[in-house]
Design a protein around this ligand. Structure first.
Ligand SMILES: Nc1ncnc2c1ncn2[C@@H]1O[C@H](COP(=O)(O)OP(=O)(O)OP(=O)(O)O)[C@@H](O)[C@H]1O
Length: 276
């Protein structure tokens, strides 16, 4: 139905088939049930129940204001820092309720890292940007930090470009490199889950392609949830897609199926460009 999806099928047919076989055996990493979310009196999410599979990419799509980012932020309690917000229902990470009183929110956000739309390097050296999280977590040994920095930059496919520039300011990197730096920074605290809020929307096509390739590689080791406005991107990188509309989850399922044979009329209208 969507051209981009046939592109995906062309370029990544083998991988997509392998991925879908693997997905059948995948375990659930995150499960939300009956999730309602409010900004003051305004309800932004209504009764969201869905599962997010481990070591796969789940894309959240839908028109502006439908609640994608709000939902994403419920997954590592990032909304807690917005005053006047309230949540009911449950978010289970590996079966544990992340909103239970006993939860250590700092530890949770280490396990469930986040990358934002606009890359946000600190005005520090490349090395210090990546070492920041591990240092806060108590690692001070220089050799250990060097190892973590190198490993994170390699995982984020940035090492070769910056290995001789570690003391230079991160602000001197290109936009695409800065975004991969932010991904490396998120990886440095050794998360299991990566939440990405439109990670490529500010990038040129070449940098977008690099970030998409990176997401594809990272899912081997990480559970990834990505918000994107770009349906072609959702079709290219994700295994599962969830379509949100006006704060409700309309449909969630296998990406290929959702884009080629949606079950709901609203999903079909959205992916065929009839609204949004
Ligand atoms: N900090 C906030 N305070 C009050 N209302 C908010 C806040 N953030 C979001 N909202 C409201 O919650 C609803 C969902 O917004 P959200 O940003 O989650 O949607 P979205 O689908 O991610 O949108 P977009 O694609 O435009 O980023 C909107 O009505 C929005 O106005």
């Amino acid at each position: 139905m969507l051209n981009a999806f046939s592109d995906l099928v062309k370029t990544r047919e083998g991988q997509a088939d392998t991925a879908s076989e693997a997905r059948d055996q995948r375990t659930t990493k995150i499960e939300t049930s009956g999730l309602d979310f409010y900004y003051g009196d305004q309800q932004a999410l209504f009764d969201i129940s869905m599962t997010i599979p481990e070591r796969a990419v789940t894309a959240l799509i839908g028109p502006s204001g439908c609640g994608k980012s709000t939902f994403l932020r419920t997954l590592n309690r990032m909304n807690d820092i917005i005053e006047g917000t309230r949540l009911t229902g449950q978010v289970l990470l590996e079966g544990i309720d992340i909103y239970a009183p006993a939860i250590d929110v700092v530890a949770l956000r280490k396990k469930v890292g986040m990358v934002f739309q606009k890359s946000t390097p600190f005005p520090k050296s490349i090395f210090d940007n990546i070492a920041y999280g591990p240092r806060i977590a108590g690692t001070s040994d220089r050799r250990k930090l060097t190892e973590i920095v190198e490993d994170s930059l390699k995982r984020a496919a940035l090492w070769d470009e910056v290995k001789d520039r570690m003391t230079e300011s991160a602000m001197a990197l290109s936009g695409g490199q800065q975004q991969r730096l932010c991904i490396a920074r998120a990886l440095a605290t050794n998360p299991d889950v990566l939440l990405m809020d439109e990670p490529a929307s500010a990038l040129d096509p070449a940098s977008t392609a690099r970030v998409e390739d990176l997401i594809f590689e990272l899912k081997e080791n990480y559970t990834i949830v990505i918000v994107t406005h770009n349906m072609q991107q959702a079709a290219r990188v994700s295994d599962t897609t969830a379509f949100f509309f006006q704060g409700r989850l309309i449909e969630v399922g296998d990406t290929r199926q959702l884009f080629t044979n949606p079950k709901q009329k609203q999903t079909e209208d959205y992916i065929t460009g009839r609204f949004g």
